[in-house]
Design a protein around this ligand. Structure first.
Ligand SMILES: [Zn+2]
Ligand SMILES: [Zn+2]
Length: 140
């Protein structure tokens, strides 16, 4: 019965070290795709093996001041996307910067009603930041 006991203990150990769930996409991570976010402490996907397939749900970079690796998940890197954004009013200029789209594209979408906007007196068009981010994300 010694060998059986040993196998059971090994099985117990292997389940302990796996079965982490990514806080960004909620899928299970593997040993080579597991990283810990320095901001929230959560586990997220970060493929650390170029020879194996894996997804990235965050980033890692070198902090030049401390010469140390820093880890952050996409939820902490892009809180405006995860939290649904702030109800912040921005003008056309800033909307173009936020969305990486041209002002013409945004104005056209505003005229067609596919992007929520408001025309103020004087002809200035304003948007909510959240709408602009969502609009940009919807585009192919
Ligand atoms: Zn993930
Ligand atoms: Zn995080």
């Amino acid at each position: 019965m010694d060998s059986h006991e040993c196998a059971a203990r090994m099985a117990g150990m292997s389940t302990e070290s796996s079965a982490s769930v990514c806080i960004v996409c909620l899928e299970v991570t593997e040993a080579h795709t597991e990283a810990f976010c320095n901001a929230c402490g959560g586990v997220y996907h970060l493929n650390q093996r170029s020879d194996l397939p894996g997804k990235d749900c965050g980033e890692v970079w070198i902090n030049e001041e401390f010469q140390a690796l820093e880890f952050a998940c996409n939820t902490c890197l892009h809180p405006e996307e995860a939290a649904g954004g702030l109800d912040e009013i921005i003008d056309l200029d800033e909307a173009a910067t936020v969305s990486s789209l041209s002002q013409e594209t945004l104005l056209l979408a505003a005229e067609q009603g596919t992007l929520r906007s408001k025309r103020l007196s004087g002809g200035v068009v304003v948007f909510e930041r959240r709408d602009v981010v969502e609009f940009a994300a919807r585009r192919p």
